[in-house]
Ligand binder design. Structure first.
Ligand code: UDX
Length: 444
């Protein structure tokens, strides 16, 4: 059991801190955002994450978890300090390390004995060394300390499960003592541990995300060829995924990847490569294909409706993926302004992401958490998130409510034959177009 301070109560910090407390440690989660800390103290959780509330209540009640904005005190009490602050994408695409540097300086200022400083933020190769140098400089080497890289691989929506039952832990450390403490901390998660250097651990995080993003863009490129060739990308995914060397996961073609990691980390990796004088062409193509998938959706809507001026379009799903209210780099953020720009009236549905979406999109569209009210009276439905509510849509009712039975599906949620039998015109991704009983040209 260790005393742990987690600095940064974003997705990674909060979930990791809570799970380390569940594993039996004493954890203080800190943040400079007093409002966030006040909320957490009152049991208000800033993110939507299944299972997190219960774990917080349980461990706060056991006195194993608490929240504070007094970062110096948390640093002084801790044996292990986890840095989990954001490394957002800067305007040039690089990871912005402002917060990491700030935290390193604060740690250096308040160091009062040997501590292990763990970097969980996604940071470019070399950041661990930089953090070490900053702490040494500010603390004037009064106390010994170790810096460790321990990247996080949790997925939003299943973050608690991904942490409590993690597939692997990656630990990059230079000292045997720090490595041993980190290995012990991960024991309750019964996971495979990859022990390595700080630089390799930092690289593993980017390589993992970039590889997954590459799988998605690869399938999206294959989907675009399938559309031209009359093939079905879902069958292609099935057919190649059964080869264990390829694997069945992350082969779903669609509207492209979003979220807090893939867009940011692919751009950052490109910069890292450039900083070492390497032209990472493959990752450039991955990013380009991803943007292209969003454009494809607009083109598909136009292929059915012609001019979008004055047309009413419903967007089903705003969050970048189901089971989260996260709107970061969500496809909806590119697609809705574009539809709006082309003159369409856009109505949107999402079960939980509306408040977040409003912050980014404002009032260029209307919002509702009522699926059928959103669909009612629209000329086309565009599906952007695979929410279970949308997957289980009553399609006959949908058809009755719409002006025309036109569905553009960015997530391949429905069976082609079923849509054909119901009389929809249905355009999905990488699958043959279903031509329903109506086309826009024969109703105007
Ligand atoms: C991802 C990584 O999975 C996680 O390990 C890392 O720590 C953070 O980034 P997350 O962003 O929560 O997690 O979402 P994930 O479930 O991986 O999906 C990312 C994006 O890829 C979503 O926009 C999703 O819709 C898209 N995706 C995923 C596809 O388009 N096709 C797929 O087959 C899988």
């Amino acid at each position: 059991m260790k005393n742990i301070a987690v600095i940064g109560t974003g997705y990674v910090g909060l979930v990791s801190g809570v799970c380390f407390s569940e594993a039996g440690n004493h954890v203080i989660c800190c943040d400079i955002d007093q409002g966030k800390i006040n909320d957490l103290k009152r049991g208000i959780i800033p993110i939507f994450e299944p299972g997190l509330n219960q774990l917080i209540d349980k461990n706060v009640a056991r006195n194993r978890l608490c929240f504070t904005s007094d970062i110096p005190k948390a640093i002084q009490r801790a044996e292990v300090i986890i840095i989990a602050v954001g490394t957002p994408m800067s305007r040039t695409g690089e990871a912005d390390l402002t917060h990491v540097k700030q935290v390193a300086k604060t740690i250096g200022k308040h160091l009062n004995g040997y501590k292990i400083i763990v970097n969980k933020s996604t940071v470019p190769v070399g950041t661990g060394k930089m953090v070490k140098n900053l702490i040494s400089e500010i603390s004037r080497d009064q106390y010994a300390f170790d810096v460790v890289s321990n990247p996080e691989f949790l997925r939003e929506g299943v973050a608690v499960k991904d942490t409590m039952q993690m597939e692997r832990a990656v630990i990059g450390a230079t000292s045997a003592k720090a490595m041993e403490v980190m290995v012990q901390l991960h024991k309750p998660f019964t996971t495979k541990v990859v022990k390595t250097t700080i630089e390799s651990a930092e690289m593993i995080k980017y390589a993992a995300n970039a590889f997954l993003a590459t799988k998605i863009s690869f399938m999206n490129d294959i989907a675009n060829i399938c559309e031209r060739a009359g093939a079905d990308v879902t069958k292609v995914s099935e057919g190649i995924g059964l080869d264990s060397r390829i694997g069945q996961k992350f082969l779903q073609a669609g509207v492209g990847f979003g979220g807090s990691c893939f867009p940011k980390d692919t751009a950052a990796l490109l910069h890292i490569a450039e900083s070492f004088g390497y032209d990472f062409k493959l990752i450039k193509a991955v990013m380009e294909t991803n943007i292209g998938q969003r454009v494809q959706i607009i083109k598909k809507v136009e292929s059915i409706l012609g001019s979008l001026e004055g047309k009413s379009i419903s967007i089903l799903g705003l969050a970048f993926k189901p089971n989260t209210n996260d709107m970061r780099y969500a496809p909806a953020l590119d697609i809705i302004p574009q539809l709006n720009h082309l003159g369409a009236n856009v109505k949107t549905f999402d079960p939980i992401a509306i408040p977040e979406a409003k912050k980014q999109l404002g009032y260029i569209c209307s919002y509702s958490d009522d699926l059928y009210e959103t669909i009612r009276g629209t000329d086309a439905c565009v599906i952007l998130t695979g929410w279970k509510e949308i997957k289980s849509l009553d399609l006959e009712k949908t058809k009755r409510l719409m002006n025309h039975p036109f569905v553009i599906d960015g997530r391949n949620l429905f069976d082609l034959t079923m849509m054909q039998n119901l009389g929809f015109t249905y355009v999905s991704v990488g699958r043959p177009v279903v031509h329903g009983e109506t086309t826009f040209s024969n109703i105007i």
